[in-house]
Design a protein around this ligand. Structure first.
Ligand SMILES: N[C@@H](CCC[C@H](N)C(=O)O)C(=O)O
Length: 315
């Protein structure tokens, strides 16, 4: 029988060099593509990220010179130092504005490919669809200034502390939720206890009503008890269903949104430093004063590169 599905290795993609990497188990296929000539169409990306017929990943990241893409050229006007653009796609081939774990892995990839430099105490500017992100070295790997967070439905959020209801597999009652933008959309649901988090079925997407205009990533969080440790750090456990992917081991922007929502719910005196435990590890989130006078979110965590390869022509 003929297989009509797209092949990761068909046509122009054969011979393409790739690297596989991850940040707390959120895994990516990366290519170094300075002049934006590698394929990026949805069928190619979906086939590449297929875990049975392709390389397998939660997302595809092309490292393209900013000057080679219109979105990158626009950012170069005000940030000429942002030489590299992180062109991020979800596993289903859809484009996302931002990927927090992806930025750390992207920075690690640029450094290991020797096309960028990040001296101790310095920063690396990376162009993305959600603006320029600045990466520094941290005790746990890399820290990224993700910029300000925002409510997606500010009126409802401020009036009621929630803006939507979410139907989640394995839970019998719809749960209230708060939608937050980290450049990409997130909807955060607080659960009462770890047992609920464990029995939640995330192999199908939770249904969010009303859903943010561009769809959403859904984070389920359980605040630690007590929420804040003796060290002043707030702690959360989180599982995530990512837009365009499914359940993943970790989501950096999701961890930022989860910490922002929980801090908002906790009210005055809530900590500025958070640790978010995800199935694939732990990431750090800190709320800091940004250079623009707004509150920024700093995301930190590890980044690893695990393999290199070349796509073969399809049979
Ligand atoms: N895993 C990422 C987020 C990737 C994009 C997301 N699926 C979306 O569509 O917005 C992260 O670490 O932030």
């Amino acid at each position: 029988m003929t297989d009509h599905r797209a092949s990761a290795t068909s046509g122009q993609s054969a011979g393409l060099s790739f690297t596989k990497g991850h940040g707390t188990g959120n895994d990516f296929v990366l290519t170094l593509d300075p002049d934006a000539s590698a394929p990026d169409d949805a069928a190619f990306v979906a086939a590449l990220c297929d875990r049975h017929r392709g390389i397998g990943a939660d997302g595809y990241i092309r490292a393209v010179r900013s000057s080679a893409l219109p979105e990158g050229r626009a950012l170069l006007q005000t940030a000429p130092e942002a030489e590299w653009f992180m062109d991020y796609r979800n596993a289903d081939g859809s484009v996302s504005e931002m990927c927090g774990n992806g930025v750390r892995v992207f920075a690690h990839f640029l450094l290991s490919s020797a096309v960028a430099d990040l001296p101790e105490g310095g920063e690396l500017a990376i162009a993305t669809r959600a603006g320029v992100k600045r990466v520094t070295r941290s005790h746990d790997g890399y820290a990224v200034d993700m910029g300000p967070w925002e409510f997606i439905h500010p009126d409802a959020a401020v009036a009621r502390g929630m803006d939507s209801l979410v139907e989640i597999g394995g839970l019998d009652v719809d749960r209230p939720a708060l939608s937050i933008s980290m450049g990409n959309p997130h909807t955060v649901v607080a659960l009462a206890e770890s047992a609920e988090l464990q029995r939640t079925e995330l192999h199908r997407a939770p249904t969010v009503q009303p859903v943010p205009p561009e769809g959403t990533n859904v984070e389920l969080v359980v605040p630690a008890d007590p929420l804040v440790g003796d060290d002043g750090v707030g702690r959360l456990s989180m599982r995530v269903h990512e837009r365009g992917v499914g359940e993943t081991q970790s989501c950096g922007t999701g961890a930022c949104a989860a910490a922002a929502a929980t801090r908002f719910w906790a009210g005055q005196g809530a900590p500025t430093r958070w640790q978010v435990a995800v199935p694939g590890g732990v990431v750090g989130v800190e709320f800091v004063d940004g250079p623009d006078g707004r509150e920024h979110v700093l995301l930190s965590g590890p980044a690893a590169l695990v393999a290199e390869g070349v796509l073969l022509p399809s049979d």
